[in-house]
Design a protein. Sequence first.
Length: 255
Amino acid sequence: MGAGHGHYLHYHGHSPVHRLPAHTKLVALLVFVGAVVATPRTAVWAFAGYAALLLLAMARSGVPAAYLAKRMVVEVPFLVFALLMPFVATGPRVEVGPLRLSEAGLWGAWGLLAKGTLGVGASVLLGSSTEPRDLVRALDRLRLPQPLVQIASFMVRYLEVVLGELDRMRVARASRGFTARSVRHWPVLAATIGALFIRSYERGERVHLAMLSRGYAGRLPFAAELTATRVQWVRALALPLIAAAGCVAAWMMAS
């Protein structure tokens, strides 16, 4: 599988975090992110505590820091927006070196940076320590609406197929000497996307007919339902509940 036996987001391992049932980790993520988002942005000490808890969980997972950092690149657009906020926001100004920045914009940028980074980091950790198919089973175990569970299941199953089809189309274009260098080539790229959509739609119809012929009645069968012991729930929720307690303490100190 390559270094670390990674597969997309998932990093193969046998750490205590990997061994926890997927639905307990999903609930833990929701509790942690909820606590982070609900915390007043002025409670800097609370965010430092959240970061320490997240780093502890990452260390326990055994996932390399470089592996996690690469997958947090998705946060870059939010970081750019956060950096612009002190310049475009209105209100009282403060001098930071040669710059005069909005005080409200600075707090807004800090809140977006801190909460976004913690949320993305926790989500990446969940994806790195949990198989995609287990996440789908976790959604089913937590009684999410079946259409959402099935959409997620098909996305996990066929995303690789669609990406493979797109790569073959790219190779076919390259073998014919095509290289996108300017706006004039956009129609060719648009035709590629259109063809990919048609092929994916037709493949979806064939898959649906095949499922109906095998007795599909609106619910996907899973090999076994996820279960978790009380000890596993305690281990999964220990750090998120500490974060929730920190959120409550931050509000009490702010009032």
